[in-house]
Design a protein around this ligand. Structure first.
Ligand code: FS2
Ligand code: SF4
Length: 553
């Protein structure tokens, strides 16, 4: 195996024996083979589109396939074997449609030479494992082309997750779906120069903004606009079910099926912002958030005492002490962990097993009490836009610091807590994603009623931060996004953060600080391009960065 797609890649170079995330080498190789076949489908998909053939089911399959290979989503070899088989069948059916249409249109057989991923086939599982070893990241020998191809692929994985979430709520875009195939096909094209690949990567940022806007629309049109909310972090006396991940539809169906059953529902990690949606507030048994970000689950799932529903990333390989209480659903999977099947058309998923399980469990052990504030998504912030603009104009707010992104295990991430603590009283933190758990329980006060930590929601809600920046531009008459009093100090971990980063670059944002380390998949030359064109920089010390952020260097 060789994997370097996340921030915790071993030695910031790559995992080669087993993933720091717990991914086995066999799983990594099967994931590589799945990506390889998805690229093969995309080679045909791209060509088919040119002659007017588009298949939504195949597009959705590609999105789910990409999503399932994001860090901490699926650890189950059997699932990847099943998906590789399905992928080969999708590829061949699309190929046949394309070949027939081509012949009908041009009166001759299609005879262009195609890359191997468009033609390779096997139904032998041993061969899957073997082939997976050959077709991973290191198959591209040139370090810079490899870096660009992977940067592109990881951006596409992030977009795929947004697309899948939006699709479940009835929002879709042929343009975004098609771009997943265009981007994947570009990674197979040996004739593309580094400059041309960079062009596709920047377009990925543009499509990421569209995908994020689509997901925002899906969420807010289904569940209403998040409202500023004090979310309870203590526990109640009844048995509970803990819901983690990002999938709001799963939460909705679980809440509906569990009402009046004698159980309470709590959020964990990235599900916290669900507590701020008007739609979910109507459930009396939806009682708050338990614990912190994803990596603390090994301790917090233990003390929760009840069953846990993992709707998406981040799953940490569960300890035996609570493994029987973990349920996965959707694209998530782990060997030996119970999986709740997908919904059938027109029906809900069946959460009865997890509800019955909860009733046999002790209530959660309290680990903290009080509340945390969330719900400052775009609508809530824009509803106090006058107040915010006045505070900026009067100098009461000198700086907004976007500290969005991911959390992770590394001790170096204490940087974000310290920076939050040491930011001067006239700085406001804008956040989204699980990165906030480093500092969202600190009391940083407010500026004239505006909290100094504005939490827009999940990493999936980063679009809110874009809308807030654009609204500030409009209100202050600033023409260049970089003239706004906003500084970006992004924490990254997995591939959705890569999509968000590319979105920010597309919007022209310069001077982003990225930490706790720069991605292992960026070669020195690619870093150079990002520094020269976008002034991207790694985080420094808290003291240095504070000065620079506040414009005191
Ligand atoms: Fe956090 Fe993990 Fe949200 Fe990422 S829960 S790092 O995959 O999705 O951000
Ligand atoms: Fe390593 Fe991250 Fe890949 Fe897991 S996802 S194998 S931790 S680089």
């Amino acid at each position: 195996m060789f994997c370097f797609q996340c921030q915790e890649a071993s030695k910031n170079e790559g995992c080669t024996v087993v993933g720091v995330c717990g991914k086995k080498d066999t799983t990594a190789n099967l994931q590589d083979l799945l990506i390889y076949v998805l690229k093969g489908i995309s080679v045909y998909g791209n060509k088919a589109k040119e002659i007017g053939i588009y298949d939504e089911e195949t597009s959705l399959f590609i999105a789910k396939g990409l999503f399932s290979t994001i860090t901490n989503v699926n650890f189950n070899d059997d699932k990847f074997i099943e998906m590789i088989k399905e992928a080969l069948s999708y590829r061949d059916s699309l190929k046949n449609k394309f070949m027939d249409a081509y012949k009908a249109k041009y009166g001759e057989e299609f005879s262009e030479e195609l890359p191997e991923m468009a033609t390779w086939y096997s139904d032998d599982i041993d061969e899957f494992y073997k082939k997976g070893e050959e077709v991973g990241v290191l198959a591209t020998k040139d370090e810079d082309i490899r870096s660009l191809r992977e940067l592109l692929t990881y951006g596409l994985k992030g977009i795929a997750a947004y697309v899948e979430h939006a699709y479940v709520l009835g929002e879709k875009s042929d343009e975004v779906f098609s771009f997943l195939q265009e981007g994947l096909a570009a990674t197979t094209d040996d004739s593309l120069s580094a400059e041309e690949l960079i062009g596709v990567i920047l377009k990925t940022g543009e499509v990421a903004v569209k995908a994020m806007a689509m997901l925002d629309k899906a969420n807010t049109s289904t569940y209403g606009h998040p409202e500023p909310t004090q979310v309870n972090i203590g526990v109640k006396k009844r048995p509970g079910i803990l819901v983690s991940g990002h999938d709001l539809k799963d939460l909705e169906e679980l809440l509906e099926q569990s009402k009046d059953k004698g159980v309470d529902i709590y959020t964990h990690g990235e599900m916290l912002p669900a507590n701020t949606y008007p739609f979910f507030k109507k459930y009396d048994h939806f009682v708050g958030n338990y614990g912190n970000s994803w990596w603390e689950q090994t301790r917090e799932f233990e003390s929760f005492n009840g069953p846990i529903l993992m709707t998406t990333n981040c799953l940490v390989p569960p300890k035996d002490s609570y493994k029987d209480r973990v349920y996965t659903t959707g694209v998530v999977g782990f060997p030996g962990v119970k999986h709740i099947e997908d919904r059938k058309p027109g029906q809900q998923k069946d959460f009865s097993a997890i509800i019955e399980h909860a009733l046999k469990c002790e209530p959660p052990t309290e680990i903290e009490t009080g509340t945390i504030t969330s719900g400052f998504a775009r609508n809530a912030v824009l509803s106090v836009a006058d107040k915010v603009v006045d505070a900026v104009n009067s100098g009461a707010i000198k700086k907004f610091v976007v500290m969005a992104g991911c959390e992770g295990r590394h001790k170096t991430r204490d940087y974000y807590k310290q920076l939050a603590q040491e930011l001067p009283q006239d700085a406001v933190i804008l956040t989204a994603g699980c990165a906030k758990y480093r500092y969202n329980k600190l009391d940083l006060g407010d500026i004239g009623g505006i909290p100094r930590i504005l939490d827009a929601g999940q990493c999936n809600d980063s679009y809110s931060l874009v809308v807030i920046a654009q609204a500030l531009m409009e209100a202050t008459g600033v023409k260049d996004i970089n003239e706004l009093p906003i500084s970006y100090d992004i924490a990254w971990y997995e591939q959705k953060a890569v999509a968000v980063l590319l979105a920010l670059l597309h919007l022209g944002v310069k001077g982003i600080r990225l930490g706790p380390t720069l991605p292992a998949f960026l070669s020195p030359n690619v870093v150079k391009v990002l520094v020269e064109n976008f002034d991207i920089k790694p985080i420094g010390t808290v003291a240095e960065d504070l000065k620079a952020i506040m414009g005191e260097e």
